[in-house]
Ligand binder design. Structure first.
Ligand code: PMP
Ligand code: GLN
Length: 378
């Protein structure tokens, strides 16, 4: 059949995790925790399943979860969203991003994205007949030059997709970045699709600047999040979108025909768990320890890196070790030394090979230490 995504093979996350399993390698490739979620959460799921909460949830999400999420958002960012009309629960942030793109992008519209970019953005734009306009961020600091963004905006620009904290490079937006973005779109009909799935994983005393905290951006943004990253439940695939009423209406119009609604008992469990702030309040410290453990373990290696500022990823340069193509190296290391990673070139349209690998440090300490020991032998 004639493919709508002719360039897309199987995603790198599927490829590398399968290879890691086949090769019995330490899997620092795909971004998911090697450890379990809180037993309290699974106990709550059991509770709700036994009580018969097993049928379709309301299309926009169960009211207690939308309410808990709105309360948490108000508490953390001081910004209020109406749980009735502005909060929608989705089947992962992936679905939220897809629905947001589908809600605003018409055939022929342009969407600005920054690369390296998470791999679901471009297919979402393409499937809606949009044109991705790439702004390439350069190693080592991957800072956005907002003058370049200004030049990239045209009369066809419909949306800008941003991601902070960033996968794969682990940097974060500053207040100035928000101001600069707001100044560029203030007088235009350009929407922001903001991927903030790592909102609670920010290091070294920095804070997460959500798009919602800027009044201009609050009105234009679809803020997409994921309970998978915050609660160590990536397999549940539950995310959300916070957006002003008019945007949420259009978002829901799409969401109701993509999945209609999201798994019920887990939503009830999360609604209860969101009321315990300590989990998300301690998450940055928890992952900072993991980042430090991993970075300490590779300190004596020939990899070069700047510590990640957020997310659960660390990118490292292997320029001093080999000049192999990053994809080939990631495959070879998985097979030969049994440590799996993600080649960063896959996050670029033109597969730019800056000799970088991405390691996920959402793993048990002994996995991080063992991986570090092995990587130091290279
Ligand atoms: N965006 C980014 C940047 C991610 O790293 C992920 C991770 N998996 C997602 C979106 C998708 O999140 P979810 O698993 O909730 O669909
Ligand atoms: N976001 C995860 C990562 O970057 C993977 C999610 C997926 O496998 N689609 O590794």
């Amino acid at each position: 059949i004639s493919s709508k995504l002719p360039y897309a093979g199987t995603t790198i996350f599927t490829v590398m995790s399968k290879l890691a399993t086949d090769e019995e390698a330490l899997n620092l490739s795909q971004g998911f925790p090697s450890f379990d979620c809180s037993p309290l959460l699974t106990e709550r799921v059991n509770h709700y399943m036994k009580k018969g909460f097993n049928q379709y949830a309301p299309m926009s999400g169960i009211p207690p979860l939308r309410e808990s999420l709105a309360e948490k958002t108000e508490k953390v960012y001081g910004i209020s969203y109406d749980p009735e009309t502005e909060v929608t629960i989705t089947s992962g942030a992936t679905e939220a991003i897809f629905c947001a793109v589908t809600a605003v992008v018409h055939p022929g519209d342009e969407v600005i994205i920054f690369e390296p970019a998470y791999d679901s953005y471009v297919p979402a734009i393409d499937l809606n007949g949009g044109t991705p306009v790439y702004i390439t961020l350069a190693a080592p600091d991957f800072k956005i030059n907002w003058e370049e963004v200004k030049t990239a905006i045209s009369s066809k620009t419909k949306a800008i997709i941003v991601n902070t904290p960033h996968n794969p490079v682990g940097n974060i937006f500053t207040r100035e970045d928000l101001d600069a973005l707001a100044a560029l779109i203030r007088d235009k009909e350009i929407f922001v699709i903001s991927d903030e799935v790592y909102e609670h994983i920010v290091f070294d005393g920095e804070i997460h600047h959500s798009m919602m905290t800027h009044p201009v951006l609050r009105e234009r943004s679809f803020v997409c999040g994921s309970f998978g990253k915050t609660y160590h439940t990536t397999g549940w695939k539950i995310g959300y979108c916070l957006a002003p009423k008019v945007l949420s209406e259009e978002f829901r119009r799409i969401h109701q025909y993509i999945t209609f609604s999201t798994v019920t008992p887990m939503q009830y469990a999360l609604a209860d768990f969101l009321k315990i702030p300590s989990h998300y309040e301690e998450l940055s410290r928890f992952y900072q320890d993991k980042r430090d453990k991993f970075n300490q373990a590779i300190q004596a290696s020939r990899f070069k890196f700047t510590p990640s500022k957020g997310s659960f990823f660390q990118i490292v340069s292997y320029k001093e070790i080999t000049d192999e193509y990053d994809y080939d190296l990631a495959v070879r290391l998985t097979k030969e030394i049994k440590v799996a990673s993600i080649p960063v070139s896959v996050f670029y349209n033109d597969k730019i090979d800056d000799k970088l690998l991405r390691f996920c440090f959402a793993k048990d300490d002994e996995i991080l230490e063992r991986a570090g020991e092995i990587l130091c032998r290279l």
